[in-house]
Design a protein. Sequence first.
Length: 380
Amino acid sequence: MFNVQTYSGLNRAGRATILNPAMKIVSVVGARPQFIKAAPVCRAIRASGSHTEILVHTGQHYDAAMSDVFFEELGIPAPDHHLGVGSGPHGAQTGAMLAAIERVLLDERPDLVLVYGDTNSTLAGALAAVKLGIPAAHVEAGLRSFNRCMPEEINRVVADHVSSLLFCPARGAADNLAREGITRGVHVVGDVMADALAEASERAAGRSAVLSRLGLRPGAFLLATIHRAENTDDASRLGAVIEAFGRIPEPIVFPVHPRTRRALAGLGNPQERLPNVKAVEPVGYLDMIGLEKSARIILTDSGGIQKEAYWLGVPCLTLRGETEWVETVEAGWNKVVGTDPESIVRAVREFRPPAVRPELYGGPGASARIAALLGSGLNI
Ligand code: UD1
Ligand code: UDP
């Protein structure tokens, strides 16, 4: 069924032997952070000249501000297959993706499927691949919140356990995998989001007029995002976060994820009654980097934004009970504050990171390391 010169499939232990470094790779993306992660990896794979890459967009995110803007700004090639799956409950959404990705894989017959992060698109891509005997490679492997109530935790645990190649952003992620018995095919390559940030930072400086558009002065506002199910789908937690925003005596820019917009509407849009809060549509990546760079503090439950805050040297308060990005907390630049208004307001007033900020997650270069590993002729 597959090209035996390049690929011998998964063996009984679920291991792959890829005999030829010139592979056909199907990359599966579908949600906002995956477009950002895939951009530098796509570029590195294509620059290597050895592989053919087929890009699949599941359609998990579909609003222009959640999808198209990233393809345009980051120069990601147009998807070869757009599955148009859209929103839905976990089972329906993941199931629809699984069936649609399977059809693509049967048609394209790739040597490897590359998945990113921890969304339902990640889970569907990895499962569809291995069920057909195609090895999966997971970018951002080994992250753990140790909270199985999070849909993302289920997605990343399953993706890691079925993947043949696991690209970890840091040593701690590889240690998490080792504790679960996964040691083969594990590579600590650094974080591809550092590449995305490095590539976009300079362009953001030249192109983003977001501060003047929103009437903001550098260093004189806070930036906030929330979208985690645990915060949006729980009215008391969402209400508490908005209450905290209202009690902070500083301007807050709040790009609102569509999931959060819907949840806020259900609460009667309390953010609209807060004069210090500027709720806006989700912004493009260059504008987001422009906002992050100039914020005094970032308040977020986003994974990617915690890291960007660290790399940009902006203090971060994480509006969750735990984080996967423990290194940023250990370095003293990120504090997990939960959603209690008093804790949030106090942290905004008192949080001071240390003067030093050691390099975390390998600095730029993870995408090139991934492309090089893919090209090295894998026996995993
Ligand atoms: C998903 C991921 C989450 C990731 C986030 C990044 C899962 C389980 N969750 O969460 O890990 O951090 O993306 O942003 O995969 N919606 C729109 N327009 C869109 C997309 C979504 O209106 O373009 C609305 C729909 O009402 C939808 C809801 O947002 O039901 C949630 O979208 P979904 O993709 O299911 O999960 P996210 O919350 O975006
Ligand atoms: N982001 C963006 N515009 C926004 C909010 C976020 O470009 O309005 C970027 C952000 O800079 C980061 C990524 O989206 O690179 C994070 O995605 P998100 O918070 O949706 O998901 P998570 O990282 O939590 O999975």
